[in-house]
Write a protein that binds this ligand. Structure first.
Ligand code: NAI
Length: 720
């Protein structure tokens, strides 16, 4: 697991875990690492230590499955585990022998913290390598000394953003930021530089350490001067007062880890490193046991990885590969999909009604690439190669031989049927036809197809180049082959899929609509719109519900609910339909008409439309922010539960990931279905009943949910 060799009197500890594809720190590897280190300390012939890896990456971090298993452990037990890790890392810097991290690839979290405990860090300048402390993004904090060593090394101002944002950087950026000391261009040079550093520094001492005069032992320095000023300096005052306020504004107190990181730095920097590590361990245990960390690790790490690897792909279908894709409609969505496909080397035929319109669609890719080049995220050659793959056209003949055709023409059934019939015969033998419709049921659209088994929904989100999710929709007749094919394509363009069954609004639009719909119920009841918007944001939604309604546009919402009324699934009294109608009458369609629930003055500083006060007179008593938050949440979650029970959504993972990536459902809850577990199922049912009694049957829990609550069954255990 950790290969131990000696070369030129230097012990080389090279990580190479066979039990996992990446090197991770877990119950097996960490003790093995400790034992190898001890062997080096004890061997008098060993004058220095190099920590490196035989894999392509260095160490990817702590094993998150292990952290999840520990989530419900006794805190005292967890504290012991943390203390042991700190002992191991602390020994590296206090053994008296020089230790160099030869970072041959990605070093994240605990992996990078091991580097911080070494006296010197050299990174291989590999294009795929990333370095950083991303713990905070999973609700954790660096618990292997990261919150203490990084600010002691870089100063608080430089270290705090890295700790609080969990930024991951390239080796070159790491050098510029001071996260590593040197770069190497090859593995050979990496090792040579490590040997050279050891030769030149036989008795290294970390800046925060000193030798005890009596015993000669290396101990934490009292009164260590933090570069750039300590906690009590003017820098400290600025960093902590402004920083905490900013943090609260950003997280609304929903994420405990960033605040815990601030506390670790604040408290830890006032004492010596040994005591500081004890402080960090206490905070680490606190956040690692939190529900937030559990939800984030489960959904945003383990779950996302599974989704990206294709957990929903039918296993028995041989791998497929799209080499040429046809896109019908070079509008906002079509041009974005063209960009995504060309970026990964797929030939794209981009068709619109005229060559000019298709060219305009291709211009979109030109613009996105230009920006990427400016930001150093793409090279000129890569951009040109991708642009050369996009063929704009108005001629259906050019679609001949496409493995996949995606239509993204106007949202109109007849038009979609017409383009399907025109383009489908051009498909390659085993080709698939997909629709990017946002509202029209796939099974209905498939009626226009000669091969409905090969017809599927691929619902992208706008803007396509930024939105990671694709909602893959199975129509009644869609085959397992078409599903596997679609998922292979989504993987190839590096997006994350969820798989849903055909239904009105599919999954994402159906549940997201509940957020806006409930805000209109609140308006109608005379709840202050400022309160409504603030509650949405305080809950952790990216945008307040009225603002987002303006963005979607009130006429669209009115049109969609009008269709539902026509189809007999919604009543004319529906609040969103009524309010939508009123606003359409007033010509206040939303952001696009510069008037909706908000006013949009030319200076860009939008504000709530004062006319709302007249339309919706304020009720005498106003509810608490918490009560509104609850209504906004429960409405979405109950609809998710219904989607799950109706089979629109089939796994908890799809529900959770879809909610977070599609409409920004707050990730700290684990997602729209995990929310039930986040608040506890019994509590959820009780609260939903209370809300139903107070505000209407839409909040009533389903019988199955009630049954599950009685039995104390959690969603997670049921479906995974
Ligand atoms: P858009 O209006 O920007 O683009 C539609 C394009 O289709 C236009 O360029 C039009 O010239 C072209 N077109 C019309 N008839 C055509 C034909 N016979 N052959 C080829 N091209 C034709 O519309 P947008 O926003 O890109 O939407 C397209 C589809 O994607 C719609 O079904 C929409 O519901 C869906 N969608 C839209 C999202 C959004 O946020 N805008 C999100 C997800 C799906």
């Amino acid at each position: 697991m950790i290969n131990y060799t000696i070369n030129r009197h230097v012990a080389i500890l090279s990580w190479n875990m066979t039990s996992s594809p990446m090197n991770v720190m877990n119950d097996d590897s960490t003790p093995a690492f400790a034992a190898a280190l001890q062997r080096a300390y004890d061997d008098v012939d060993v004058k220095g230590i190099i920590v490196t890896s035989e894999k392509n990456e260095f160490i990817a971090g702590a094993d998150l499955k292990m952290i999840l298993r520990n989530n419900e452990k006794d805190p005292a037990e967890m504290l012991k585990i943390s203390a042991e890790l700190n002992r191991i890392f602390r020994a590296i810097e206090t053994s008296g022998k020089p230790a160099v991290a030869a970072i041959n690839g990605t070093a994240l979290g605990g992996g990078y913290e091991a580097c911080l405990a070494c006296h010197h860090r050299i990174a291989l300048d590999h294009p795929k390598a990333i370095i950083g402390l991303p713990e905070v993004t999973l609700g954790l904090l660096p618990g292997g000394g990261g919150t203490q060593r990084l600010p002691r090394m870089l100063g608080m101002e430089a270290a705090l953003p890295l700790l609080l944002e969990g930024k991951r950087v390239s080796p070159a950026e790491a050098l510029a930021l001071g996260l590593v000391d040197e770069l190497a261009v090859s593995r050979e040079e990496l090792m040579e530089k490590a040997f050279a550093w050891i030769d030149a520094h036989p008795e290294p001492l970390q800046p925060w350490d000193e030798r005890d005069r009596k015993t000669g032992q290396i101990v934490g320095k009292e009164n260590f001067k933090v570069p750039g000023g300590g906690v009590q300096s003017t820098t400290g005052a600025r960093v902590f007062s402004a920083g905490t306020a900013m943090l609260m504004e950003k997280t609304h107190g929903n994420y405990p880890a960033p605040l815990a990181i601030m506390s670790c730095v604040y408290e830890g920097l006032q004492v010596n490193i040994d005591r500081a590590l004890v402080i960090e361990a206490r905070y680490f245990v606190q956040v690692a046991r939190s529900k937030v960390a559990k939800g984030l690790i489960q959904t945003m790490f383990l779950g996302l990885n599974e989704a990206n690897k294709g957990i929903r792909r039918p296993k028995d279908i041989p791998a497929t590969d799209v080499k040429k894709v046809g896109i019908l409609g070079a509008g906002m969505m079509g041009s974005g999909i063209a960009y995504a496909a060309a970026s990964v080397g797929i030939d794209v035929v981009l068709k619109d009604v005229s060559l000019e319109a298709a060219e305009k669609g291709k211009d979109y890719s030109r613009t996105v690439f230009k920006k990427a080049i400016e930001r150093g995220k793409a090279t000129q050659e890569k951009a040109e190669a991708a642009l050369n793959l996009i063929k704009p056209t108005a001629d259906a003949e050019d679609l001949r031989g496409c493995d996949l055709i995606i239509e993204a023409v106007f949202e109109n059934r007849a038009l979609k049927a017409q383009v399907t019939q025109e383009a489908e015969p051009m498909l390659a033998e085993q080709g698939i036809f997909a629709s990017n419709t946002s509202t029209l049921p796939i099974s209905g659209l498939a009626l226009a197809s000669a091969k409905p088994a090969n017809f599927i929904g691929l619902h992208f989100f706008s803007p396509v180049d930024k939105m990671q999710l694709v909602e893959v929709i199975r129509g009644k007749q869609t085959s397992a082959y078409a599903l596997a094919f679609a998922l292979d394509f989504v993987k190839k363009i590096r997006k994350t899929p969820i798989v849903v069954n055909d239904s009105r609004g599919f999954y994402t639009s159906r549940v997201f609509t509940m957020y806006t719909a409930e805000s209109m119920e609140l308006l109608k009841e005379g709840i202050n719109p400022v309160l409504i918007e603030n509650a949405g944001k305080a809950a952790g939604m990216p945008v307040g519900p009225l603002a987002v309604t303006d963005e979607v546009s009130l006429d669209l919402i009115h049109k969609i609910s009008g269709q539902s009324i026509k189809d007999g699934v919604l009543s004319e009294d529906d609040t969103a339909y009524q309010i939508g109608g009123k606003f359409v009458e007033l010509g206040r369609l939303g952001k696009k008409s510069k008037a909706g629930f908000y006013e949009y003055p030319p200076d860009g500083k939008k504000f709530l439309w004062p006319g709302l006060a007249e339309l919706f007179p304020l009720a005498e008593t106003q509810p608490s922010v918490d009560e509104i938050k609850k209504r906004l949440f429960y409405r979405q979650v109950l609809e998710t539960v219904r989607c799950f029970e109706e089979g629109v959504i089939q796994t908890q993972l799809d529900a959770d990931i879809g909610s977070i990536l599609a409409w920004g459902f707050p990730a700290y809850t684990g997602g729209a279905l995990s929310f039930v577990d986040y608040v506890g199922i019994a509590n959820f049912v009780q609260e939903a009943d209370r809300l139903a009694d107070a505000y209407g049957e839409r909040f009533r829990p389903t019988p199955r949910l009630r049954e599950m609550a009685k039995q104390g069954v959690s969603y997670f255990k049921q479906t995974n």
